[in-house]
Design a protein around this ligand. Structure first.
Ligand code: ADP
Ligand code: MG
Length: 679
């Protein structure tokens, strides 16, 4: 019997109540528990006596419990538990928050190891939320698991230990011996044992590499299946390209890269074998909208309806205006459908979409919800952020639709990562900018020069320009973030910009309010727009020529570049002022990059080198375990997995019997993928 069929409650000490908590973590079976990898490891620290522990970053003390555990409520449903422990050299007070099991886990008079930082609080030594272990436990590393209220790390550890005992000595390994040998990978049993309880650093690395390798390989194999899957033919045939006609509608001529991207898309459609599934990547301002319009134009002329989607209403409206203008003197009809319209307006537009009277419907992703019925949907275009996921495609399929899909993204992904991040899409890249686009001059200042920078902004405003200020951000708490934007803006209004109109924009505002503020900014009624990174996505106000970004060190390069792209859209010289107080080597190198580099693809590569791949993954959900993403800092594994993908595909190995296990993993991935929103 497979351990995946053994319910978690079969483990000693896990009854229905604890079982429920495990299930909350999506662990239903013993097998799933074994695949519940630690999110991190804690090194238990150097063992020291209590008298010498204070001042160390981390220490391990061996001490006995010498007081009862006292738990009190501290409001907000939270609790604090305190208990004293001692060794022959001193006493430490331990403090735990929201852990009602502490009293049952630490026995009076018994000795344990405690690992953590010893601090002095009002004269007494104290450890806050230390890890603790039985004295027989001498392991160097301890796994740290994701937890849920009521479930302690120790409980998970104990359960995993039992589960490991149930693991047979020899287990079937999805990676064939051939592959393990070729890429120097440990077997699955070794990997699973050491990913939970590594004997030493080396074994941990080997275990992690092996697990990451398999995850990546399965992911890439799975994505390539999705990409090459023989989908059913599109219902609506594309007979010919109307690209030449389209070009005449534009007030400018397209760049070579734009033409190439259009050609890629239209060729996909003309094949008429399966729906297009293509990503067009290009920097902010590289002219992706025109590409999408060209593709939509050919689609419409071949009798299709187009859903043109943006992540926000502001952007949807902008696209609507752009498209409306392009198609002004043609019989292509464009209409907007957004949540802020009245019910009456909405249902009137929906009727026209249903009857086929509207060719291009522009809106947010709500366009694809059940209420909107298309007469003849043939192409779904989606801009930026909200990518069109496998699950969205499945939703459309279930309505009997299988449209061409065109995704546009302004965050270039390094080539080395595109196979795992976009392996299911064909990719076109736009590298060149439309002619005449000037570089945004980028300055990096410390906060001491902020006043001077404000002076510069005021001068620009006096000359009729507008500015963005991207607010310092507060981590973790969204409500706090709102408060901080508002207070920040208020202070600016009262002080620096008391005689200038200042507007505020943040993600928590009602969409009507956002629309209003953006509208006022576009019309020039607002001179300074203070905002969170909500402006990151595609707002276009050519008269704005300065963007000032607070806390520059907190952002990834790609994101800074994205923000910088808000300016430099008009004819005036534009500036990006980054306020950065960090002088770490990494921060300095990143700021240098921002000053000197203006190409998004180059910046993405640099970002990858300096910050690792985490930021890029954040943009798309995979179901990849954190451990794999963390392990990707080691790009070697990724390279090896990519090499292996080629090896497997070029030699057609998946059909061989030794690859059955791997094939099964890919099938499992594909099944899961239906529920993954590749956003
Ligand atoms: P993106 O969506 O890639 O950020 P947009 O499509 O919004 O960029 O284009 C930015 C601006 O450049 C728009 O005002 C657009 O009209 C203009 N533009 C696009 N392509 C060209 C071109 N080939 N020549 C001149 N201007 C262009
Ligand atoms: Mg755009």
């Amino acid at each position: 019997m497979s351990l995946f069929d053994v319910p978690i409650e079969k483990l000693k000490g896990i009854g229905s109540k604890k079982g429920e908590l495990f299930r909350k973590l999506k662990i239903n079976s013993v097998g799933e528990l074994l695949y519940f990898f630690p999110r991190d490891y804690s090194f238990r620290g150097e063992e020291v006596e209590i008298s010498r522990a204070w001042g160390l970053e981390k220490s391990l003390i061996k001490a006995s419990v010498c007081s009862p555990v006292v738990t009190t409520r501290i409001g907000g449903g939270r609790t604090i538990s305190k208990v004293n422990v001692f060794d022959s050299t001193g006493t430490v007070k331990l403090v735990f928050f929201n852990n009602k099991y502490i009293s049952s886990m630490l026995n009076y008079g018994e000795e344990y190891y405690f690992s953590g930082k010893v601090e002095k609080v009002s004269g007494f030594l104290q450890m806050t939320s230390p890890m603790f272990f039985k004295t027989q436990d001498t392991r160097e590393f301890h796994p740290v698991y994701h937890l849920t209220a009521g479930l302690s790390n120790l409980t998970v550890e104990k359960a995993v230990m039992q589960a490991l005992e149930m693991l047979p000595e020899k287990i079937r390994d999805p990676l064939p011996l051939e592959i393990r040998g070729k890429y120097d990978l440990v077997d699955l049993g070794f990997a699973i044992r050491n990913i939970h309880f590594p004997e030493n650093q080396e074994f941990l690395t080997k275990a992690r590499d092996r697990i990451s390798f398999e995850e990546l390989l399965v992911l890439m194999l799975g994505l390539s299946v999705i990409r090459f899957q023989k989908q059913k033919e599109t219902a609506i045939v594309t007979e010919k390209s109307y690209f030449e006609d389209f070009e005449k509608l534009l007030p400018f001529s397209m760049t070579e890269d734009q033409k190439k991207a259009c050609n890629d898309c239209i060729s996909d459609m003309l094949k008429n074998t399966k729906p297009m599934n293509r990503l067009v990547q290009g920097d902010v301002g590289s002219g992706k909208t025109a590409v999408a319009a060209a593709v939509a134009h050919t689609a419409v002329n071949n009798g299709m309806q187009v859903a043109f989607m943006a992540p926000t209403e502001i952007l949807a409206r902008q696209h609507f205006n752009t498209l409306k203008k392009i198609f002004e003197n043609t019989d292509v009809s464009v209409e907007l459908l957004t949540g802020t319209m009245t019910q009456k307006q909405k249902s009137s537009v929906r009727d026209k979409i249903a009857s086929g009277e509207i060719d291009i419907a522009v809106g947010t992703h709500a366009l694809l919800t059940d209420k909107t019925v298309f007469n003849n949907l043939g192409l779904a275009v989606t801009d930026e952020q909200h990518r069109f996921g496998v699950s969205q495609r499945a939703a459309l399929n279930s309505k009997g639709l299988d449209p061409h899909v065109l995704v546009m993204s302004a965050t270039p992904i390094p080539r080395t990562l595109s196979l795992i991040i976009y392996g299911d899409l064909d990719i076109s890249e736009i590298h060149s900018m439309p002619p005449g686009r000037q570089k945004v001059e980028t300055l990096v200042i410390d906060s001491g020069k902020r006043k001077r920078a404000y002076g510069f902004l005021k001068k620009q405003i006096a000359q009729g320009r507008q500015c963005y200020i991207v607010c310092p951000f507060v981590e973790d708490s969204e409500t706090e973030n709102v408060a901080s934007v508002e207070t920040f803006a208020q202070n600016l209004m009262l002080e620096e910009f008391s005689d200038i109109s200042v507007g505020v924009l943040h993600g928590k505002m009602k969409s009507q309010d956002k629309e209003r503020v953006m509208g006022e900014f576009s019309e020039g009624k607002i001179s300074v727009l203070v905002s969170t990174t909500v402006i990151e996505v595609g707002v276009d106000v050519p008269n704005a020529n300065v963007i000032m970004i607070e806390n520059g060190e907190r952002f990834g390069l790609s994101q800074l570049h994205q923000l910088r792209g808000r300016v430099g859209r008009g004819s005036e010289k534009s500036y990006c002022i980054i306020v950065c107080d960090s002088s770490s080597e990494n921060a300095e190198r990143r700021m240098e990059t921002m000053k000197n580099m203006h190409d998004g693809f180059g910046i993405a590569e640099e970002d990858l080198k300096l910050r690792g791949p985490g930021d890029f993954f954040g943009r798309r959900q995979h179901g990849l375990p954190e451990i794999t993403i963390a392990g990707l800092k080691n790009m070697d594994i990724l390279r090896k997995a990519q090499e292996c993908l080629d090896f497997v595909q070029n030699n057609n190995l998946m059909s061989e019997s030794e690859y059955k296990g791997l094939k099964k993993q890919v099938e499992l991935f594909l099944k899961k993928a239906e529920n993954i929103d590749f956003n």
